[in-house]
Design a protein around this ligand. Structure first.
Ligand code: HEC
Length: 195
């Protein structure tokens, strides 16, 4: 299942054109490395470098990372591809890693087993998290408890730079607000919507 989902990457990632990403919903090649950047950022660079026309984008597409939007609101293949991209060394180099764990945590609460597994494996690639164990196919309750442990860990240790493009506005506290927003909007799995 995971292999099949990962193979989708070569099939789905076709063009760096921001307009293609917009029309097809396919992850854009630039935004699969620049995980913290919006589609607007990519479109502007492509316009500057290759004179590609800048498509009309809404506010979210202008201000928020395309990868984050795919992970939070995309369909299953978009979520799988994005969760896998977080493990990719060139993407980590281009985007930094500090801000990533809360996002992967969202992937670990995904309704799909395979996406939970991919997200967990991506989290594992950062040295601070390599000892953390999580069973993506454990019972709902066990996963819920594991999620609580990570949240505690994040609150104690994570001090990311403020980055509004990835919904990390000041500290992890605002990530909670973001989570709560996505929970109340019913966008992400109820299993991770901790009270
Ligand atoms: C395989 C991964 C990868 C892909 C694909 C990629 N980049 Fe990058 N890009 C990087 C890395 C790594 C850096 C260097 C980042 C650093 O070390 O600060 C970088 C740097 C940049 C920079 C200068 C630094 C910055 O963040 O302003 C720009 C602009 C940029 N890339 C735009 C693009 C655009 C536009 C595309 C698509 C046409 C693209 N990149 C595709 C990996 C990638």
């Amino acid at each position: 299942m995971v292999i099949r989902l990962l193979r989708l990457i070569s099939f789905l990632v076709t063009s760096p054109l921001a307009a293609v990403a917009l029309d097809t919903g396919r992850p854009n090649a630039c935004n699969l490395c620049h995980l913290d950047r919006s589609l607007d950022w990519t479109a502007r660079h492509l316009n500057e470098w290759y004179r590609h026309p800048v498509p009309v984008l809404d506010e979210e597409q202008t201000t928020t990372s395309a990868a984050v939007l795919h992970l939070l609101k995309g369909d299953a293949s978009q979520r799988a591809i994005t969760a896998a991209a977080f493990a990719w060394q060139p993407a980590q180099q281009a985007s930094g890693t500090q801000w990533i764990p809360p996002l992967l945590l969202i992937g670990m609460g995904d309704p799909y087993d395979a996406i939970r597994l991919i997200s967990y494996r991506s989290l594992w690639t950062s040295p601070e998290w390599s000892r953390f164990t999580f069973d993506p196919v454990a019972s709902h309750q066990d996963r819920f408890q594991a999620f609580g442990r990570v949240m505690g860990e994040l609150e104690r240790n994570m001090r990311g730079d403020p980055r509004s493009s990835v919904l990390l506005k000041t500290t992890t506290a605002s990530m909670h607000f973001a989570l709560r927003y996505y929970c109340s909007a019913g966008i992400i799995a109820k299993s991770i919507c901790v009270k």
